[in-house]
Write a protein that binds this ligand. Structure first.
Ligand SMILES: [Zn+2]
Length: 473
């Protein structure tokens, strides 16, 4: 009863917040579209197209650090691939951001226990060579509590171990050690920053990722140790004598760069000006070849679009596939898309980004309001044969969809099994061989079914210009 009551209250609040849109007709998906989606699902499961597109990107372009020479090749690859796949319209939109480069990185324990350590600079770190005593902290809160000046001349080391979870819940606290640790270290007076990688593997591959320094602080060299190297440093410290490390990073910011969001469309049959947006991000970190992050997301959504395009009758609305620029260093492509397109938020039926690897999708949910819940459940029913559970009310939009969702675009979440994702994420081991072709085909099938049905619905999924947060809470 309590559940039903709260749903009723939520519905009333929604009606108040949207100024009467709840009086609209219920959104439904025609039976004919449901039947076509079932065929599309079976076709996609038998197709290796998503796998082949991902192979092409990760092999022919390889690593694609935003702003690098390979960034431009990735953009050219995506334009050519959309055209080769027969998309009806292909174009690019500029995305400008500061450019960061990695040139070299090394670290050694010095003194009686001298030995090398495997690490990698955090994106955004400045260059520098520093040598100092290591001070270990169990977690971010411990370093944030260190008094100002207490680490003068020393190197801060956060030894926080990230938790493994299917939905990636451990990455929140793990990535905060990366994003906020360096600034906390500077406030305490440290000359350098080390962290145990935000990863769940036990290999000697450090995990990179972006960090940022709070305004007014002078950045210090900041790096992530491979998990076994963090263990090693912990054992050396446990011997009870001071441990000194020499850290040498050559990297840093170098002007600005303009990349492109690359967009391909399968034209809708009766409402071509309304779009369902799916996509992934085209950039990657530089250590691996960006296969699970996020070549797979680009490959599987391009394939889903192509399979919908192959249907005799296109859905009513246009399928828009976006290969977003520079997600890794701050959602630059997603923000540029929102800036360029959310004036037309009502033309956006719904959006979903795949950016959590290449594992099987196990759950579906969306931001559909009460009047679209029926259609949402119809999509969930069409996804169920793929082993996907309907989990309304859970999760949120993919990273590059976030800025558009904030401006009012409806979103869907096709949650991938990320149990092993953080074994590989942002490491040299993020390579094509890690992708299971059957799991990727299941992803293509799910995105194709979702996008086709959302594009075929009679009615919308609740995209509206965002009202100020105070009015909707
Ligand atoms: Zn990613």
């Amino acid at each position: 009863m309590r559940v039903m009551l709260s749903v009723a209250i939520a519905t009333c609040l929604f009606a108040a917040a949207t100024g009467g849109h709840a009086a609209e007709r219920e959104t439904r998906i025609p039976d004919k579209a449901i039947a076509t989606a079932a065929q599309l699902r079976e076709t996609a499961l038998k197709s290796d197209l998503g796998y082949r597109i991902t192979e092409s990107l990760t092999t022919e372009v390889g690593p694609r650090l935003a702003g690098s020479e390979a960034d431009a090749r990735a953009v050219a690859w995506a334009v050519a691939k959309f055209k080769e796949l027969g998309f009806d319209k292909v174009w690019t939109e500029p995305v400008t951001f500061p450019k960061w480069e990695r040139r070299s990185e090394s670290a050694h324990v010095v003194g009686a226990n001298a030995q090398p350590l495997h690490l990698t600079a955090l994106g955004g770190s400045p260059a520098g060579t520093v040598e100092g005593e290591i001070v270990r902290f169990a977690d971010l809160a411990a370093l944030e509590a260190a008094p100002a000046g207490s680490l003068a001349g020393k190197i801060a080391f956060i030894d926080y171990r990230m938790e493994r979870a299917r939905d990636g819940a451990g990455y929140g606290p793990g990535s905060r050690v990366r994003s906020r640790g360096p600034s906390a270290a500077i406030r305490a007076g440290a000359i350098g920053y080390l962290m145990r990688s935000a990863g769940t593997d036990s290999h000697r591959n450090p995990h990179t990722g972006i960090t940022r320094f709070d305004e007014g602080l002078t950045p210090i060299p900041s790096a992530a140790l491979a998990v076994p190297d963090a263990d090693q440093l912990g054992r050396l410290l446990a011997l009870g004598k001071p441990v000194k490390v020499k850290l040498a990073l050559d990297c840093g910011w170098d002007g600005t760069y303009t990349s492109q969001n690359v967009i391909g469309e399968i034209r809708g049959s009766s409402k071509p000006n309304e779009v369902v947006v799916i996509g992934g991000h085209l950039d990657s970190w530089d250590l691996g070849t960006g296969a699970i992050d996020d070549g797979a997301g680009v490959g599987l959504t391009m394939a889903a679009g192509k399979l919908i395009g192959d249907l005799k009758q296109h859905p009513a609305r246009t399928i828009r596939v976006v290969a977003f620029a520079n997600e890794e260093q701050g959602l630059h492509g997603g923000k540029a898309y929102a800036e360029a397109h959310m004036k037309d938020v009502l033309k956006h039926q719904i959006g979903a980004e795949s950016d959590f690897g290449a594992g099987r999708i196990y759950a579906y949910s969306s931001s559909a309001p009460a009047y679209a819940k029926g259609a949402d459940a119809q999509i969930a029913q069409a996804l169920a044969p793929l082993g996907i559970e309907y989990t309304p009310g859970q999760g949120g939009p993919g990273p590059d969809i976030g800025p558009s969702a904030e401006k009012g675009m409806a979103w869907a979440r096709l949650a991938q099994d990320g149990t092993d994702y953080f074994d590989l994420h942002h490491t040299p081991d993020d390579t094509f061989d890690k992708i299971d072709p059957q799991a990727l085909a299941q992803n293509v099938a799910a995105y194709a079914v979702f996008a086709y049905l959302a594009a075929s619905a009679d009615g919308d999924f609740g995209s509206r210009p965002a009202t100020p947060p105070a009015a909707t809470k």
